[in-house]
Design a protein around this ligand. Structure first.
Ligand code: COA
Length: 391
């Protein structure tokens, strides 16, 4: 392992769902003032998976363009981060590996720790690249967030996948080795195995998140990390986009700075564009923030980006990277905007039916309706086995 080896994110690709529910439609149902959603939590709409979409179809859709550009010869590991697991034993990444026709000489594993595990996947990938810089690692973060109908969390739902190719001499972001870490045993958000929707203590989760920002940053500085003034932008985990603003204000206050709102907007405003229309994609959310920042119109070459990844329960990590010169020619901005624009608007009744949909557990043959216009679909369940197919 070379001390001056640079490793980081070489390619980044986003996918989301077939459907979208706007917060105007939700507000008409809940009776809430739509300004609570638009201004209060900073959300405009939420991605809703079709009956034949899930984390695997979104993940394969996100990863396919990466393989089309780079091939799979150098990828020997797929790390799939999710908290919307589809099986208690088998890793969801194996279905993606199969749909994408990847070589058998691959290790595939799934990671879980609420919304944080995408960052664990990225850190493990960096370790593997440092061990053998000729190899690349495919990191996928994919989730579909789901709260009970009528609950306060409902307005923060969403779904997306982000696939990242982690490599030496990366084309997009060079990542530092220094990280700040924080873990605390807190019940702010969790989902027991027998529930399909998450349980959350909303206000507790906000204060737990802010406590974790402080803890991870404190450790980051103790580990010799950069100073606050070095960063041009901050990507925070965004369960709803206003949370990024709360988190950054908290970090400034922790430093004893007077909070200037224009500084907060400058630091996080460019990271919220995709999350505000997609909603909470749990493990993928912070990386959607990065995608929005890179895809935006500002030239970022040489700027340092701070990342604060938070997963309820709770684990947080602060780390940093630099935007690589020439990054713009490697972006997938058109693909990302098309993925958002292609979603079909649905009414509340359609959303509700999709929310309540589940497969029978009798082991029979259960085909799913053909709904998605994406490249991969969940064809159904047969003998308790999920069947995926290219569309
Ligand atoms: N116009 C503008 N803003 C309004 C408003 C209106 N008509 N009505 C309310 N608001 C604001 C509130 O002041 C509040 O802003 P603030 O937090 O800056 O004070 C915001 O909208 C939300 O209102 P609140 O009453 O707190 O909403 P809620 O009780 O429905 O809960 C969450 C909001 C985020 C806690 C809830 O959606 C939730 O539990 N989400 C899931 C968990 C989560 O995302 N946790 C985050 C950490 S991981």
């Amino acid at each position: 392992m070379s001390a001056d080896l640079t490793a980081g994110i070489h390619d980044l690709s986003v996918a989301t769902t077939q459907y979208v529910l706007t917060h105007e439609t939700l507000a008409r149902q809940t009776g809430a003032d739509v300004a609570k959603y638009h201004k209060g939590i900073g959300q405009q709409s939420m991605s809703v998976p079709a009956a034949d979409e899930d984390i695997v179809t979104m993940a394969a859709t996100a990863a396919a363009p990466i393989l089309a550009r780079h091939g799979s010869d150098r990828i020997r590991t797929i790390v799939f981060a999710t908290e919307t697991g589809i099986d208690q034993a088998k890793a969801a990444g194996i279905y993606v590996h199969s749909l994408l026709g990847m070589p058998s000489a691959t290790r595939v594993v799934e990671l879980k720790q609420a919304c944080y595990s995408g960052t664990a996947a990225l850190q493990f990938a960096l370790g593997l690249v440092h061990r053998d810089p000729s190899r690349q690692v495919l990191v996928i973060a994919a989730d579909s967030s789901k709260y009970e109908l009528g609950s306060s969390g409902e307005a923060t739902q969403g779904a997306a996948a982000v696939a990242m190719l982690v490599a030496a001499d990366p084309a997009l972001i060079r990542l530092d080795n220094t990280s700040g870490l924080f873990t605390a045993d807190i019940m702010d958000f969790w989902r027991p195995n027998y529930l399909t929707t998450a349980l959350v203590d909303g206000q507790e989760s906000i204060s737990a998140y802010l406590q974790a920002v402080e803890g991870a940053w404190k450790d980051y500085t103790e580990q010799g990390g950069r100073s606050l003034a070095d960063f041009g932008a901050f990507c925070y985990h965004q369960p709803f986009t206003k949370m990024a603003y709360k988190a950054h204000r908290h970090l400034l206050q922790y430093h004893g700075h007077d909070v200037d709102e224009a500084d907060v907007v400058r630091a996080v405003g460019r990271t919220t564009g995709y999350n505000s229309v997609i909603g909470n994609s749990y493990t993928a959310s912070m990386y959607l923030g990065l995608a929005a920042l890179l895809d935006g119109s500002d030239e970022l070459t040489g700027q340092s980006v701070g990342f604060l990844s938070y997963g309820s329960g709770s684990v947080a990590e602060f780390f940093a990277g630099d935007v690589v010169p020439g990054y713009r020619t490697h972006l997938r901005t058109d693909q990302h905007r098309a993925a958002i624009d292609r979603r079909a608007d649905i009414d509340y009744a359609t959303y509700r039916a999709l929310h309540q949909r589940s497969f029978p557990t009798d082991g029979g043959d259960h085909a799913t309706p053909r709904e998605t216009t994406g490249p991969y679909r969940l064809a159904g369940l047969s003998g308790h086995k999920r069947i995926y197919e290219p569309r």
